[in-house]
Design a protein. Structure first.
Length: 254
């Protein structure tokens, strides 16, 4: 017996097919899709799903958007959802989105009543603990109730953003060989801590650059907060239209 989702039907002419065969085909692609999502993405909001105070008293509005849960399932909200808020006065509740499906399109075409479709429609829940019941959740925000139990405000700072899980990134462009393209990769071989290695000919930063920790240039083991090892006679030059500050390899500042 093979794991669920690892098989797909092998179709041929004259084959007798039943509902189980189509379910097997469907499970195969569902497993493939969610498996790739789980391997390559961190759960969270991929697009949209902003939460605002609703125009109707005691309600929230969740905008359309897409999220990915821990199992790799896509949570797609195709239109704005109005959510009624029920809670205790002064309470703070997490706003969660979870995967959900329900049967739809009732029919009696086969002589018996049954459903023809599943409607994949994510559920919006409110939880004081930030944990959904029986499902993997993605946090969309936090709503605060006033002393009367009405919606006071929504805090978006707790929103859970989706991310990408990769070992390396190669920025390939045009006909440039992949080995010559800029590359970022994680390296744990030299240290117990994680190290991000950039393989580029040059890098340009536009805007402010904030470095928290030690900045070292051409030196493997730093001895200071800013540690520069140079092979040139001029180690540091600060200039605009003319040189304002110069530090040479003899320690002279001019």
């Amino acid at each position: 017996m093979t794991p669920d989702g690892s098989e797909r039907p092998l179709f041929h002419d004259g084959q007798s097919l039943g509902a189980a065969d189509f379910r097997t085909e469907q499970r195969y692609f569902e497993t493939l899709f969610t498996g790739l999502n789980h391997a390559l993405h961190l759960s969270g909001i991929a697009q949209g799903l902003e939460v605002t105070v609703g125009q109707r008293p005691g309600s929230l509005e969740v905008a359309s958007g897409v999220a990915i849960d821990d199992a790799g399932r896509a949570l797609i909200l195709t239109e704005t959802r109005l959510v009624d808020v029920v809670g205790e006065p002064g309470q703070a509740l997490f706003i969660l989105i979870t995967s959900a499906e329900q049967p739809t399109s009732l029919t009696s075409e086969s002589g018996e009543f049954g459903y023809k479709r599943f409607l994949l429609e994510p559920r919006i829940e409110l939880s004081a603990l930030g944990v959904a019941q029986g499902a993997s959740e993605v946090v969309l925000g936090k709503v605060f109730l006033d002393a009367r139990g009405d919606v006071e405000r929504v805090d978006p700072r707790v929103r859970q953003a989706s991310g990408t899980r990769v070992g390396s990134v190669t920025f390939a462009s045009g006909d440039v060989p992949e080995l010559e393209s800029p590359r970022l990769e994680a390296d744990r071989s030299q240290s117990a801590s994680s190290v991000l290695v950039a393989s580029v000919d040059s890098a340009t930063f536009t805007g402010a650059l904030l470095v928290t920790g030690t900045l070292r240039l051409n030196r493997e083991f730093p001895h200071a907060q800013l540690d520069v090892e140079s092979t040139r006679s001029q180690i540091l030059a600060v200039r605009d239209t003319r040189t304002a500050l110069l530090l040479d390899d003899q320690g002279r500042v001019g």
